[in-house]
Design a protein. Structure first.
Length: 201
């Protein structure tokens, strides 16, 4: 069972941790209550970002928040904006001016995959990394040999190092996942393990 399917108080607690404790950090950000969502680099509507969006859409404490979803094929997901009778949800196309504008304006970025290389949060923005799936295979710094035709082992590690530098928090569903994420993103060695929020199972 995926952690985001578990209807538990710990999920609500993780939202409170992320969205409440940082509400005063507004430096350089246009909207402190705008949340940007993306899954698998815009390829679908699923996983932890979907669960967090659906929770926030109905939770009274987030009734004045607005939401932006990014998709490679936005026409397939136009129903999200149409079904949101509160009018707080909008859709943008991946890697367009509208997408870039949403990234600049949003206080929060929520994704289950790495952001593009050139996309860095500005001061005051909160980037929440909700990595997809249970890390049963080696990732990032734990990979011993690259079988990726596009990236060398050094390049893969650099991608994970950069991602760790970018994200403010990383959600983990269990102690097992926490340990795997910490070594894959080299968080222990760089003193960033405290970025992990362990909530879920």
């Amino acid at each position: 069972m995926s952690w985001w399917r578990v209807p538990c108080s710990s999920f609500q607690h993780s939202c409170t941790t992320i969205f409440s404790t940082n509400s005063r950090r507004r430096v350089g950000v246009s909207s402190s209550k705008l949340v940007y969502f993306r899954t698998f680099s815009g390829r679908g509507y699923s996983d932890s970002p979907k669960a967090m969006y659906e929770y926030m859409l109905t939770a009274p404490e987030y009734r004045d928040f607005r939401f932006v979803w990014c998709f490679k094929e936005p026409e397939k997901y136009a129903y999200l904006a149409e079904e949101d009778k509160s009018g707080r949800t909008s859709i943008v196309k991946f890697r367009t001016k509208a997408d870039n504008k949403a990234l600049r304006k949003a206080k929060y970025w929520i994704t289950n995959y790495r952001m593009l290389n050139h996309q860095y949060p500005r001061k005051g923005q909160i980037y929440l990394q909700c990595w997809h799936g249970t890390p049963l295979k080696r990732l990032g710094y734990d990979i011993l040999e690259s079988d990726n035709a596009m990236n060398s082992l050094a390049e893969i590690k650099e991608k994970y190092r950069t991602d760790a530098e970018k994200f403010t928090y990383m959600l983990s569903p269990s102690p097992f996942a926490t340990d795997k994420f910490a070594t894959a993103w080299n968080l222990n060695e760089t003193g960033q393990r405290d970025k992990i929020i362990e909530e879920g199972y």
